[in-house]
Design a protein around this ligand. Structure first.
Ligand SMILES: C[S@@+](CC[C@H](N)C(=O)[O-])C[C@H]1O[C@@H](n2cnc3c(N)ncnc32)[C@H](O)[C@@H]1O
Length: 262
């Protein structure tokens, strides 16, 4: 989805948090040096969801650089955070992801970002941080499963998934191919890669997020261009009606990846 507003990010954060794969997080924790002081780079950090999800597993003395091009989102990050057995100092950096002008890091991470970038961008990132570990959470993989179905689901979702691949300023966007491409590129760079599903499994209690997601699908440029207006309105009204009646179930495919240097 192209909406990176603070409202959208805070709607998705609790669902993201329960969807993230815990096994990969535990594996990452075992890799963290006992001496502490891990340098972490969070690309496209938004308002800091990735920090809140990962820092409690990464020990004491973490030094985070939280990078984004949205100054208002960066202002929402704490300067330091701590809990039992962990602490983090957080520096924010405002900039564009195509600049590659961020500091070195032991761990490079991003959540809900890889669909926006290109394969070439990813290769450059991995080369730039040779020797680091990479953790990419919540990359969309294009699977969408929704019930009850509507006759226009096929064309709407097919067009929406194609819309995810329109360029976002970082080359041809990976969109739903992001998890598979990232896994291959990380392996080719000689890292040891593990992946796991981190699907959103949504029910009526997640109504606000489901509604925002459905409206986002209907508002995507290609969907508006290619799906006939009355059919699209009927599609949206029908699913919102099912949501209000407590009948709608939605699963949106995501994948987490962890790559460790050998
Ligand atoms: C889907 S949000 C994910 C935010 C956060 N990682 C999370 O999981 O909540 C994508 C983030 O990438 C940032 N972003 C998108 N394109 C960017 C670019 N070209 N340069 C820097 N940041 C960018 C947006 O501002 C947004 O905060």
């Amino acid at each position: 989805m192209g909406d990176f507003s603070a409202d959208w990010l805070s709607l998705r954060e609790p669902v993201d948090a329960r969807s993230r794969d815990r096994g990969l997080r535990r594996l990452l924790a075992t890799w963290v040096p006992e001496r502490g002081g891990l340098r972490v780079l969070d690309l496209g950090c938004g308002s800091g969801a990735n920090l809140r999800a990962l820092a409690p597993s990464l020990g004491i003395g973490q030094r985070w650089t939280a990078f984004d091009h949205d100054a208002a989102l960066l202002e929402r990050l704490p300067r330091r955070a701590s809990g039992e057995g962990w602490s983090a100092e957080v520096a924010t950096q405002l900039g564009e992801l195509d600049g590659f002008d961020w500091p070195s890091a032991d761990l490079v991470t991003a959540s809900a970002l890889l669909d926006l970038v290109s394969e070439r961008w990813l290769e450059r990132l991995i080369r730039r941080h040779a020797g680091a570990a990479f953790h990419f959470a919540l990359s969309v993989d294009g699977r969408i499963d929704l019930a009850p179905r509507h006759a226009a689901d096929g064309p709407v979702f097919e067009t929406f998934v194609r819309d995810l691949q329109r360029p976002k300023g970082l080359g041809p966007a990976l969109g739903p191919t992001a998890p598979a491409v990232a896994e291959r590129v990380l392996r080719e760079a000689g890292l040891q890669v593990a992946g796991a599903a981190s699907d959103w499994i949504l029910d009526p209690e997640d109504g606000a997020l489901v509604e925002a997601w459905l409206r986002g699908v209907a508002a995507a440029d290609l969907v508006r261009e290619e799906v006939e207006e009355t059919a699209l309105k009927d599609w949206l009204d029908s699913h919102l009606g099912d949501l209000r009646d407590g009948r709608l179930r939605l699963r949106v495919g995501h994948r987490d990846l962890l790559a460790l240097p050998l």
